[in-house]
Design a protein around this ligand. Structure first.
Ligand SMILES: Nc1ncnc2c1ncn2[C@@H]1O[C@H](COP(=O)(O)OP(=O)(O)OP(=O)(O)O)[C@@H](O)[C@H]1O
Length: 590
């Protein structure tokens, strides 16, 4: 119930601005439905008129006229036409409102995700986040577009028919409605069975997608290990589960319509039988009797339509409620806190980490009592075995996460006192795995400073040693990078990323040296680019190369989340500790 309320709140929030349109749709639906339930009465009058005409034609001396018949026929056509117009118009308004409001929901969701903390993305798979935009919002759209409209129009139709039938004849109305409790029970049990299969199908599809995702992202390993056939074979059971669940789901969903049709036909026979019995045994006027039967035949046909439609939309509605709740869950996850008001200015003194404790998960401390003091324009090289916490230190400097203990200050002010954007504008990051967006090379370099002129972009690229490569491409700086393109090697991507950082002219630089897949020429280029970007800047570098480490003002050695040694290369070698062992074993420097 709580989930339903949450979903309703969500829909109401996005539909509120469209109240006028919804009102129009409601009025059109009411008018259309009214015309739809009124039309059978004219059909009854037409039958009555025709019967009177036929009776009079066979009665000598009687005046036979088809006027009533024609009048009723015209009335019937007009009312059916009005009903179509009303329902089509309301359908159009509803579909417009659905697509507009779902567009706003999509925008709201995306904007919301942009405010989430890095922790949110750590604990949610990309595929799951993407499915919020695809399957969940699709389900919401389908429900808004058809289910909401159906609930309203079919609900009104259902009540309207009952009302008309009661007005016309209480006995016939009760006869027409007699079968409906059975029909509802049967319909609900089918819908329930279909729902279970739909849930099973969704689960199976999720598992299948997960498997495909994993196998495609590990394609290179599959090829290298010759596991393609095994991969196809393992795909089989996932595929089979989806097939089975969707087949059963379709079976049950498909059963609903013919069964309701069956009920409707059975009802038709009952209505005709009792109608004729009433006419024959109550000495009713022939014309009125026939008219009554025809009217109820039509109503009995119409009466089962809302029952089957309303039960059929139960499942799409359920999916939409689940979808809306999933989207709301995103809204409820914590956003990045921008508590500080201070604007970070150019760095004057330096950055200090003092007694920093940090854990990604409460039970597993990662950094323990880490203290590092870096003065303006100094360079700190972080070294240490894999998993020792080097990247974690970098993540904290940019305030991707908040600390569990201790503090980090920028010119003496704790990071959380700064306005986040102003702080991050002062910090530049070059990650080991550089990100290239589906834009032109120029836009990629100017990502953090879109207003940069082409000259500035070129200058940054020159300093990053990637200008010549860009100029060798047919479209130069206008070359579009598409997702599928493997335009850049890992090293070149890092050069591009360095150019991007140079352009934003950060005060504090965080750099993770690329180690993998870099040939010696590119390595030299990266080295030179790094020297350019680090010149006259305060920087933290996760260093893998000897040259970088030797030129550092300070080397900080991390092990198991603790600083175990600190000092210049000469000092640390003289200490003959962990660093000198690393150095002599060449473990980090090859
Ligand atoms: N987002 C995360 N959520 C939970 N634990 C994490 C997360 N990122 C890193 N860790 C854990 O924190 C520890 C330190 O990781 P970190 O990436 O800082 O090490 P590192 O020294 O940079 O390693 P490497 O040299 O291999 O990049 C590791 O044990 C890792 O499992």
């Amino acid at each position: 119930m709580n989930k339903l309320k949450q979903a309703v709140d969500y829909f109401v929030r996005y539909l509120k601005p469209y109240w006028k349109g919804l009102l129009f749709a409601a009025v059109f639906t009411l008018a259309g439905t009214y015309a739809q339930i009124k039309a059978p009465l004219y059909l009854g009058d037409a039958v009555s008129g025709l019967t009177k005409y036929l009776t009079a034609s066979f009665t000598p001396g009687a005046h036979a006229s088809l006027q009533d018949f024609y009048k009723a026929l015209v009335g019937m056509v007009i009312f059916y036409l009005l009903s179509e117009i009303g329902l089509v118009l309301s359908g159009l308004v509803i579909s417009r409102i659905s697509s507009d409001s779902v567009g706003e929901m999509r925008l709201g969701l995306f904007a919301n995700l942009q405010r989430k903390t890095i922790r949110y993305f750590d604990s949610h798979q990309d595929g799951k986040i993407l499915s919020l935009f695809t399957s969940d919002l699709d389900n919401v759209f389908n429900a808004m577009n058809s289910a909401v409209f159906q609930i309203f129009s079919q609900g009104v139709l259902f009540l309207g028919i009952i009302w008309m039938m009661l007005e016309k004849s209480l006995t016939m109305a009760l006869v027409t409605m007699a079968l409906s409790p059975f029909a509802v029970i049967v319909a609900l049990s089918i819908v329930n069975k279909a729902r279970k299969q739909i849930e099973r199908q969704q689960q199976a599809t999720g598992d299948l997608n997960g498997y495909i995702n994993e196998q495609l992202s590990g394609q290179a390993v599959l090829l290298a290990e010759g596991r393609q056939q095994a991969s196809v074979e393992a795909f089989g059971p996932f595929n089979e589960e989806v097939r089975k669940a969707s087949q059963k789901g379709q079976f049950f969903s498909g059963l609903l319509s013919p069964l309701m049709q069956g009920f409707s036909l059975l009802n038709l026979a009952i209505v005709i039988f009792f109608g004729s019995w009433l006419v024959l045994h109550n000495g009713m006027d022939k014309a009125a009797g026939l008219s009554l039967i025809v009217v109820f035949v039509t109503y009995s046909q119409q009466y089962f339509q809302p029952i089957s439609q309303l039960t059929a939309i139960y499942n799409p509605l359920q999916l939409a409620i689940t979808g809306a709740n999933r989207i709301r869950d995103v809204e409820e996850k914590p956003n990045e806190v921008n508590g500080g008001k201070k604007q970070a200015g150019p760095l004057k003194e330096g950055v200090v980490l003092s007694h920093v404790d940090f854990a990604y998960q409460p039970a597993r401390p990662i950094l323990k009592d880490v203290s590092i003091d870096v003065k303006k324009e100094q360079m700190v090289a972080l070294v240490g075995p894999t998993g020792s916490g080097k990247t974690t230190v970098m993540n904290l400097l940019n305030r991707f996460y908040d600390l569990n203990g201790g503090k980090i200050t920028y010119d003496g002010t704790p990071l959380q006192d700064f306005d986040l954007t102003s702080l991050r504008n002062r910090v530049g990051i070059v990650l080991q795995e550089s990100v290239v967006f589906s834009k032109s090379i120029r836009e990629n370099i100017a990502f953090g400073k879109p207003e940069a002129s082409l000259e500035e972009v070129k200058e940054a690229a020159k300093q990053a040693n990637i200008h010549d490569f860009i100029m060798s491409l047919p479209d130069g700086y206008d070359t579009k990078v598409t997702g599928a393109d493997n335009l850049f090697s890992t090293g070149q991507k890092q050069l591009l990323s360095i150019a991007r950082t140079i352009l934003t002219n950060p005060d504090l630089l965080i750099l993770d040296e690329a180690t993998a897949n870099v040939d010696t020429v590119t390595e030299e280029r990266i080295q030179a680019a790094m020297e350019n970007v680090m010149r006259d800047r305060t920087s933290f570098v996760i260093a893998h190369r000897l040259k970088t480490i030797l030129s550092a003002d300070q080397i900080v050695v991390l092990k198991d989340g603790q600083v175990i040694e600190k000092g210049s290369h000469a000092q640390l070698i003289a200490e003959k500790g962990f660093y000198s062992e690393l150095y002599y074993n060449q473990m980090v420097f090859d």
